[in-house]
Design a protein around this ligand. Structure first.
Ligand code: CMP
Length: 137
């Protein structure tokens, strides 16, 4: 059955002008862009979004990085899109993410404190529902 997921093009992806390429890969895979918005998220939204990481060493740098510029948030739909987008995105560490993936082809590390890995995708149907409510209301 059709699922929905939250995809974020993070500030590194937007600043590097990769938004179009990233969204094109999602569409080329066969998923639908249901809704899109571009804005600089505030601390309150990011703290809610990343609540599970509170207390980890990369938490503050992660929130600061995500507040550093515009992001593009996308509501994306398709059969098994949650797993499918995570496969398209590649593993968290962009330096070693497999070539062929968004992170593997377009990303690398720039900073020791936080992995700037171009995109976020919800990791489960529960996360997708929670995150879509936060970002799209
Ligand atoms: P994301 O999938 O959006 O969720 C949490 C983010 O924290 C992750 O992408 C990375 O940007 C960052 N992150 C996760 N693990 C680490 C880590 N070990 N070191 C630095 N940054 C991390």
């Amino acid at each position: 059955s059709t699922e929905h997921t939250l995809v974020l093009v993070k500030p590194d992806g937007v600043a590097r002008g990769l938004t179009g390429q990233i969204l094109a890969r999602i569409e080329a895979k066969g998923y639908e862009l249901v809704d899109l918005k571009k804005f600089t998220p505030g601390r309150e939204l990011l703290e809610a979004h990343y609540a599970e990481h509170e207390g980890k060493p990369f938490y503050e740098p992660l929130v600061a990085f995500m507040m550093s510029g515009d992001v593009v948030a996308a509501k994306v739909s398709g059969h098994r899109v949650i797993e499918g987008f995570r496969s398209l995105a590649g593993t968290t560490d962009p330096t070693t993410a497999a070539p062929g993936t968004i992170r593997g082809d377009l990303g690398r590390d720039w900073d020791l404190k936080v992995q700037q890995n171009l995109v976020h995708g919800s990791d489960s149907s529960e996360s997708a529902e929670r995150e879509l409510a936060l970002w799209f209301g």
